[in-house]
Design a protein around this ligand. Structure first.
Ligand code: TYD
Ligand code: MG
Length: 465
């Protein structure tokens, strides 16, 4: 085979005969890596896995298309099944990404055990020895029925073992450690990842094997390797959380067989991951009391309402340009909320540093948390405490108006269930919640009314202190 050197963009896989500082395809800087590539005719990356071979593909009238009935396998972890859209689809390829040490191998070993109750599972590990895997499995009380383990990184050999074992489910831990003889570059390089992932994907599609690929994340939090990897697989699932703390969140960012709204919550215990069916309770555990800058909100994660806590810390700035740091809320959203407060309420945020944090490592990307963010910010700025039993829900408009949000009833009910006694809700949403017991509604039309609650608590409710 004729060899030549190419430079490949590690973000998008664009290749160029010479090194480039900026990728002309995706615009990323300093992403070109030198790789030895085979000549294009033999480049395996151009082969595409396909459900039908090119020869028999033809146009079909819409109503003759088969309505698919995906067969799904229960993983034994309901939280994971929900994120996948109801279980692992037979013949699908899932990419599970996460930081080292977050618990990917633990999660996969746990589900291997359950999947093994009626399917053949092959766990391929390129990172740990058989002994290490066994040690972990013992800790997780894995029985290992129908489970085979292969500690190897050589693709061609792995594929021939797969033919012998003929598994229903294959776990590849991790795709960055695998290498193929067909490519000369090192494991983890763009071409190796593409080549090996493509081989597993073709197997999955042609033999109906469910494949889970573990992917490492780079320092920016993206999946290490080519961006095309995410396009090649059916679902991309992130496993995240704070390693110092025990809870872990799993979320789909791409899912060909379900929605991407759902999250699954787990706790890492000394016997593995345990599902948390009521994450709100966990997130509220150990909440600080009587501190300014804290405000509870009820967000929707897919079909589930979830109570989250927003913390703001506002301090006079010592920098020429005030600092803004946001953890869990989009930075631009925070800037917008601060701009509205500055313009409509005349608050001097421009002279203050603003730090915002969502407790529990959650990422909130719905505007229904705006009012809570605004209240937390105002509470910290004025040093007035928001009562612990108050939850604030609503979107903030640019004119300072408080806009209605979806699923208000579900949100307020969840708050009431968890012991909240007051709910700030958008005025237009309030009628929908009037039948909910044990919680007092505080309907607000605008940010002015909301902030007045902080200034003149007695107007809002007799017990507002
Ligand atoms: P691991 O699954 O190896 O993470 P990854 O594959 O994502 O790199 O898990 C790593 C951490 O989980 C490790 O630091 C120990 C901890 N752990 C527990 O707390 N309880 C357990 O039962 C197991 C197996 C691991
Ligand atoms: Mg691991």
């Amino acid at each position: 085979m004729k060899q030549k050197t190419t430079f490949v963009c590690s973000e998008c896989g664009y290749s160029s005969p010479k090194w480039l500082g900026k990728c002309p395809s995706c615009g990323a800087w300093n992403t070109f890596e030198e790789e030895e590539a085979s000549v294009p005719e033999q480049n395996p990356a151009v082969r595409r896995p396909s459900l039908v071979s090119a020869a028999d593909a033809k146009a079909v009238p819409y109503d003759e298309l088969d309505m698919p009935d995906y067969m799904r396998l229960g993983t034994g972890l309901g939280e994971l099944d929900r994120v996948l859209g109801g279980g692992l689809v037979v013949g699908s390829v899932v990419l599970l990404a996460g930081e080292p040490g977050i618990g990917k191998s633990t999660l996969l070993m746990q589900i291997s055990d359950r999947l093994g109750s009626n399917r053949k599972v092959l766990y391929i590990s390129g990172e740990e020895s058989g002994g290490q895997l066994r040690l972990r499995a013992e800790r997780l009380s894995v029985r290992g029925k129908n489970l085979s383990v292969l500690t190897d990184t050589h693709l061609e050999h792995i594929l021939s073992e797969m033919d012998k074992v003929s598994p229903d489910v294959v776990i590849v831990d991790s795709i960055q450690t695998m290498y193929s003889d067909k490519v000369n570059s090192a494991p983890g390089s763009v071409t190796q990842i593409k080549e090996t992932a493509m081989a597993f994907i073709s197997r999955a599609k042609s033999f109906g094997i469910s494949v889970i690929l573990v992917g490492h994340v780079n320092k920016e939090g993206g999946i290490a390797g080519p961006k095309v990897l995410e396009h090649m697989v059916d679902s991309v699932v992130y496993f995240e959380g704070d390693r110092q703390q025990s809870y872990r969140i799993i979320r789909a960012i791409k899912n060909r067989y379900g929605s991407t709204n759902e999250i699954g919550v787990f706790e890492m215990t000394d016997t593995g991951l345990e599902e948390i069916a009521n994450p709100s309770e966990m997130l509220l555990e150990g909440r600080p009391k009587n501190v300014s800058g804290n405000c509870a909100v009820c967000i929707m994660e897919g079909t589930r309402p979830l109570i989250a806590e927003i913390q703001a810390l506002i301090t006079p700035t010592v920098f020429p340009a005030p600092k803004r740091a946001s953890n869990g809320i989009d930075y631009n959203r925070l800037s917008l909320i601060l701009a509205v407060l500055e313009k409509r309420l005349g608050q001097r945020f421009s002279a203050h540093d603003v730090y915002l944090n969502v407790i529990g490592g959650l990422h909130i990307d719905e505007p229904a948390s705006d009012i809570a963010v605004a209240m937390a910010a105002m509470s910290s700025l004025s040093d007035r405490v928001i009562p612990d039993d108050l939850v604030a829900i609503g979107e903030l408009g640019l004119a300072g108006e408080c806009r209605a949000v979806s699923n208000i009833e579900q949100r307020v009910r969840e708050a009431a269930r968890l012991g909240f006694r007051r709910a700030v809700v958008p005025y237009r949403n309030a009628p929908k919640c009037k039948d909910i017991k044990d919680i007092e509604l505080i309907p607000v039309r605008s940010i002015f009314e909301t902030i007045r609650l902080l200034r003149e608590p007695e107007n809002a409710s007799a017990s507002f202190s």
